[in-house]
Design a protein. Structure first.
Ligand code: ADP
Ligand code: MG
Length: 716
């Protein structure tokens, strides 16, 4: 340990010397801009500034002839003379148009904002270098709000570097002179002073050699000041790897640490509730996949280590049974189990479902959510701490302080990627003997994302649907087909089936959505009048007991149609429902559409999903709807979703703060991610605590660069 400490101090000494300096002390910053840099970009120290990477480069060596530009051109640099410029339009759509000409053609530069400021600075007849993304408007080629526009002087051409970095900035920073160029000036100041020893290598020699990475200090320099395209690519490749590698080492250390330290309860007995349930209460054969997963779980709970397992499976693949049977293992060994769901409705559904599945089995099951109040709540709390309740289903209410278990042996979390690695790690640290944890995802997630969000968990996959399921037939219809669609619903209802009609709910305009829903409800009732037809309605602003009542009517088959917002999205299980109509389907995200579709096709009958939409829709909406029509495979849909939206937008990932990579992109860089994962695993297999001398620098870096501790209790 002594040597490690020494090395660590050594490292700190170097870093502290220069990179640790508060940003306001950097030449050209000062207290005012310093504050802004902290607030706007989280740049606190000089090292953070070096970690503020360009998001693009302008190739100053390439100049496009205007004639060669088309609508499809990406960012281009052009050089031309400003012929004239003019303000056009009235008060409401005023814009500034400048006409630029080179030897090959002419193009318009257009500004909608900052017109005064810009027109004061434009010089007719002068030559400019312009950088931006071309587009076509009214048949004419233009560049709207060029990113760069520079008067050409002899000097600017001489000092022009090959690749000029472009940095992210904000309006407030730009107002204080810290636009991309301003930031570039600061970075240059740092690079001028930067020495090799300021950025010591943290990757072990063997990894550097294997991947032929350039040294760390060089990579950081090159990403800001690329000598050429090759240097820039080498820098990016190394920094991406480094970033993903560090995050994987952390995740794998969490996992290993828990394996090593967290003693797990041992569930040897399965001779009571589990057996009885399996032989007398289970109404169907388990699928091969369910059996396989139960075996994996069984091994975990016999191992003496704490289980941390992710259960993945497409909607309707039968995760609930697996979770329930795991809970029965706990109960047979004298432990309690809890099931935590993200929403009130889902918690209630689980509760009902479990009670139904258990039938007359002597397993006491209760519900605990914030809606459970007064006497009943007190009773539940008492019995939980006395240990007379075996299973409790609930929401986040379950992890509040007032909830005391007698002996909690298993926690099942039914989540939608809502917790990150750090939050989960924090979750059960409070308890001395952490219970086994089984996390179920409601939607499949792509492998690369799973590696990052759930990288600390062991993974089980249910990759087989219960027998007899027919894939849901999905159609996309426009408004003109509405009557035909209603006719189809009548046919289905005549066959004794039930129907969902779902409206979008977007928080910002809850009122509008409710209006939308109620109008839809009225039109449905007009088309499906009583007493022949009965229609339920369900939305988020109803009281819990009214929701419950309506839900029950539909579950019992007393109503034919359920008109609802997305509150029914997760987990609701009515096997007799065979049609899911989604109104304004273009407004839903892919995973939401898939979840909704998963509400039908749960029985043996052929089921249908009908996506209703306007004629007008964005390209992205079109892709989403086409994907839904094309495939029923949740994993495939998840991949498309990830590629369309990027990881930051996948539900829950932003809050959990694990997607904040600076250069890496877990969609585009999945190959590097896999390498990083593999390399990190190898390294830790060889040296679990990073005690070998070649791994000291990495260990020191990890301990000096702890990720911010997040307040996980705020996440819901
Ligand atoms: P999910 O994975 O979406 O949570 P559920 O656990 O809700 O899926 O299961 C969907 C439906 O399939 C339920 O009605 C459940 O009873 C039924 N089911 C689960 N496993 C089987 C099986 N092996 N055979 C037949 N039906 C099954
Ligand atoms: Mg479910």
């Amino acid at each position: 340990m002594g040597a490690a400490t020494f090395q660590r101090n050594n490292y700190l000494y170097f870093v502290g010397f220069f990179l640790d300096r508060p940003i306001e002390y950097l030449k050209g910053v000062g207290p005012l801009r310093g504050d802004l840099l902290k607030k706007e970009l989280h740049i606190f120290r000089v090292e953070d500034l070096l970690g503020h990477y360009p998001f693009r480069y302008i190739d100053r060596t390439k100049i496009f002839p205007i004639r060669a530009i088309s609508e499809d051109s990406q960012y281009v640099q052009i050089k031309g003379r400003l012929i004239y410029f003019d303000e056009v339009g009235n008060k409401f759509n005023k814009r500034l148009i400048a006409h630029l000409r080179d030897d090959t053609g002419q193009i318009e530069l257009v500004w909608f904002k900052g017109i005064k400021w810009i027109s004061k600075r434009l010089v007719t007849g002068a030559e400019y270098l312009v950088f931006g993304k071309p587009s076509v408007f009214n048949g004419r080629l233009n560049i709207v709000h060029p990113e760069e526009m520079e008067l050409i002087s002899q000097q600017s051409l001489e000092k022009a570097p090959g690749l000029q970095p472009v940095y992210p900035s904000t309006e407030k920073l730009k107002a204080k002179g810290l636009d991309s160029k301003g930031i570039l000036r600061l970075v240059r100041t740092v690079l001028d002073e930067l020495e090799e020893k300021d950025l010591p290598e943290i990757l072990p020699e063997s990894i550097l050699r294997k991947y032929r990475f350039i040294p760390r200090h060089e990579a950081v320099r090159f990403i800001h000041q690329p000598p050429d395209e090759k240097g820039q690519q080498q820098a990016v490749r190394r920094l991406k790897f480094e970033e993903l590698f560090i995050s994987q080492v952390r995740i794998l250390q969490v996992k290993a640490g828990r394996r090593e330290h967290a003693q797990g309860f041992i569930f040897t007995n399965i001779n009571k509730a589990f057996d009885r349930f399996y032989h007398h209460h289970l109404k169907f054969q388990l699928t091969g996949a369910q059996k396989k997963v139960l075996k994996e779980i069984r091994q975990d709970v016999l191992s003496g280590k704490q289980m941390n397992r992710l259960l993945q499976g497409d909607v309707g693949s039968g995760k609930t049974i697996v979770a329930l049977m795991t809970m029965l293992m706990a109960i047979d060994n004298g432990y309690q189990a809890c099931l935590m769901a993200p929403t009130e409705i889902l918690a209630q559904q689980h509760f009902r479902n479990i009670k139904h599945l258990l039938g007359d089995l002597e397993v006491k099951t209760e519900l605990l959510t914030s809606a459970v109040k007064g006497k009943i709540r007190r009773q539940v709390l008492e019995e939980l701490s006395a240990g007379t309740i075996h299973i409790v289903a609930g929401t986040h209410a379950l992890i509040e302080n007032e909830v005391q278990f007698n002996n909690l042996g298993l926690v099942v979390i039914d989540e939608q990627h809502r917790f990150g690695v750090a939050q989960r790690a924090a979750l059960w640290e409070k308890s001395e003997h952490p219970p086994h944890v089984l996390v179920m995802t409601a939607t499949p997630i792509p492998r690369t994302l799973a590696m990052t969000i759930y990288g600390d968990l062991d993974v089980s996959v249910i990759d087989e649907m219960p027998p007899g399921r027919k894939p849901v037939v999905t159609r996309h219809l426009f408004e003109s087909k509405r009557l035909a669609m209603f006719g189809f619903l009548k046919e289905q209802i005549a066959k004794g089936r039930q129907v969902y009609v779902v409206y979008p709910l977007i928080e910002e305009s809850e009122k509008l959505d409710l209006k939308n829903l109620m109008e839809g409800y009225e039109s449905i009732v007009r088309t499906f009048p009583p007493p022949q037809y009965r229609v339920s309605v369900l939305h988020g602003q109803m009281k819990a007991e009214d929701k419950e009542y309506e839900m029950q009517r539909f579950i019992k088959g007393e109503t034919h149609i359920m008109v609802s917002t997305t509150v029914i999205e997760v987990g609701v299980d009515v096997p007799n429902a065979t049609v899911m109509v989604i109104e304004n389907a273009e407004r839903f995200g892919l995973s939401q559409l898939h979840q909704l579709r998963g509400r039908v096709g749960r029985g043996a009958d052929q089921s249908y999903c009908i996506l209703m939409s306007d004629y007008k829709q964005s390209q992205e909406a079109k892709t989403r709807l086409e994907t839904m029509v094309k495939t029923n495979d949740g994993f495939q849909i998840a991949e498309v979703d990830l590629h369309m939206r990027g990881p930051g937008d996948i539900e829950g990932t932003r809050q959990s703060g694990i997607m904040n990579f600076k250069v890496a992109d877990i969609v585009g860089d999945s190959v590097i991610l896999k390498e990083a994962r593999h390399t990190a695993q190898e390294l830790l297999n060889d040296d679990p605590h990073l005690e070998k001398p070649e791994n000291y620098p990495l260990r020191a870096f990890l301990s000096d660069h702890q990720p911010h501790k997040k307040q996980w209790s705020k996440i819901s």
